[in-house]
Design a protein around this ligand. Structure first.
Ligand code: HEM
Length: 463
């Protein structure tokens, strides 16, 4: 049977989504033992299950073929436009639903058709100089990432050859933030403020709403500047590729960038480091064999940063698994659960050196990730530098007590506390703001102070 069948067979008869007994998606097992939770759902409902997403009923697709089929959308029956959401049109989505702000920006992820092609065209062209490894910018960016990683390790290990660190807050999160500053053209003077506000938003602190507003305002200013004085940076390249992009449109895409780099990429860095240290998913063996990208791929399969994707809505009634999904019902695809489906996991030989590349961590089809190479480069360099500089990294608490975020969409750690041992004695404490022993980049003469400011902000935020 096909994974999804629009109006092909007699519809199974069951009550509508709203009146099915729905399981809460956010619960203790989903947080600490997600595999157990997804397997329970699969046993009870099959490849699609009705769930409650913080008070809103939705279908969670947990089967691999069904998830892939919906992502590919070869029949063009899946919409990402918010106005396709029937309950929202009918005023049945609470105004204070906590995830509403995540759907509040009109941007590529919530577009279809020609609007989507236009925005994706801008992204693809804008990212090309940074992702095409034959281009000078891509090579310079790789060198910068390596330098940022080394600076962060130097700063976090200033206490001595052995010590304690939170590798999430002190390494995995600030590193992509620094890359974002560079992509935006931090030399314009906006980089630091943008970076600080992303931190406040991602930590979900009491001032997160104000920070989100400031973030959009800051990014709007950055983008307005690029419109009048373009530089060698991502927003300028996107404008060059799609000159009719308005400043507001571009700024909303840059807010997306803040999430994709600041949260998703930092989370993949952290999850990969955690999996290497814990050593249960083959990531450590891959790293020991010198196959760093393979270690990253294994972590991407077992802990996809975006475990469950933002909603899609079918334009017509469609059968998926045992259920008839009505047009306009919210549907959440779960790469994390799909990777546990025997239809995916049984295909991999347990002793194979290479893990499958057919996983769904980067999405697929018309909305597939456009920044995969960049995210992989950042993660690979981060993991390589860390395990090169440290001869020992051990969890500072038992693996089953690691603090996972309580999130309907993200699979990431709040912190990754470790005890470390440096492979070589730490360098002398820096005498000046940029004396790190690293080659200095004339584009960013104060990158060391950016590291310190980021870490200070993080400590305050955790206060
Ligand atoms: C580990 C880091 C990342 C992960 C796991 C990730 C994952 C994803 C996924 C799953 C999607 C598809 C969402 C959906 O279909 O609902 C997506 C889309 C996208 N990603 Fe990434 N991403 C990452 C980093 C990045 C970075 C660094 C960039 C750019 C600098 C980027 C740019 C995009 C863009 C432009 C889209 C397309 C939006 C659309 O067409 O709807 N991503 N990403």
């Amino acid at each position: 049977m096909e994974p999804q069948t629009p109006q092909a067979e007699p519809a199974p008869s069951h009550p509508p989504l709203e009146s099915l007994a729905v399981q809460p998606l956010v619960n203790r097992d989903h947080e600490s033992r997600p595999a157990l939770f997804y397997e329970r759902l699969r046993a009870e409902y099959g490849p699609v299950a009705p769930v409650d997403v913080l008070g809103v009923p939705a279908w969670l697709v947990i089967g691999y073929p069904q998830t892939l089929d919906i992502l590919r959308d070869t029949r063009g029956i899946w919409s990402r436009r918010l106005d396709s959401w029937r309950a929202r049109r009918e005023g049945r989505v609470p105004a204070d639903w906590p995830l509403l702000p995540a759907y509040g920006f009109d941007m590529s992820v919530y577009s279809d058709g020609a609007d989507l092609s236009r925005l994706r065209g801008a992204w693809a062209e804008g990212l090309r100089p940074f992702q095409d490894r034959t281009r000078p910018q891509a090579k310079e960016l790789e060198q910068a990432i390596r330098r940022y990683a080394d600076e962060l390790i130097t700063v976090l290990s200033e206490g001595g050859r052995t010590g304690w660190a939170d590798l999430s807050a002190q390494y995995a999160r600030p590193l992509p933030m620094m890359v974002m500053g560079r992509l935006l053209g931090a030399g314009t003077g906006y980089g630091d403020e943008v970076v600080m506000d992303v931190w406040r938003v991602l930590d979900g602190g009491p001032d997160a709403a104000e920070a989100a507003g400031r973030l959009l305002a800051d990014l709007t200013r950055v983008c307005a500047d690029k419109k009048t004085a373009p530089g060698e940076d991502l927003p300028s390249y996107m404008l060059a590729a799609t000159p009719d992009l308005t400043v507001d449109e571009l700024a909303r895409e840059m807010v997306l960038l803040a999430g994709l780099i600041g949260d998703f990429t930092g989370t993949l860095v952290c999850n990969t480091i955690a999996e290497v240290i814990i050593g249960e998913t083959g990531a450590r063996d891959s790293l020991s064999a010198g196959m760093i990208q393979e270690a990253v791929n294994r972590a991407a399969i077992s802990s996809p940063p975006m475990s469950n994707l933002t909603f899609r809505w079918p334009k017509v009634d469609v059968r998926v698994g045992r259920f008839q999904i009505a047009a306009g019902d919210p549907v959440m695809l779960s790469p994390a659960a799909a990777h546990l489906d025997p239809a995916f996991s049984d295909g991999a030989a347990a002793d194979s050196i290479y893990s499958s590349r057919a996983h769904l961590t980067w999405g697929a089809g018309p909305h597939a990730c456009l920044g995969r190479d960049l995210a992989t480069t950042i993660t690979t360099i981060a993991v390589e530098r860390l395990f090169d500089r440290f001869s020992g990294v051990r969890l500072a608490l038992p693996a089953d007590q690691l603090p996972w975020r309580s999130s309907p969409m993200m699979r990431g750690l709040r912190s990754l506390p470790v005890n470390y041992e440096l492979a070589a004695p730490p360098p002398e404490p820096p005498a000046g703001p940029s004396d790190t022993g690293a080659a200095e980049d004339p584009a960013e003469p104060e990158s060391e102070s950016l590291v310190r400011r980021l870490l200070r902000a993080m400590r305050l935020a955790q206060g």
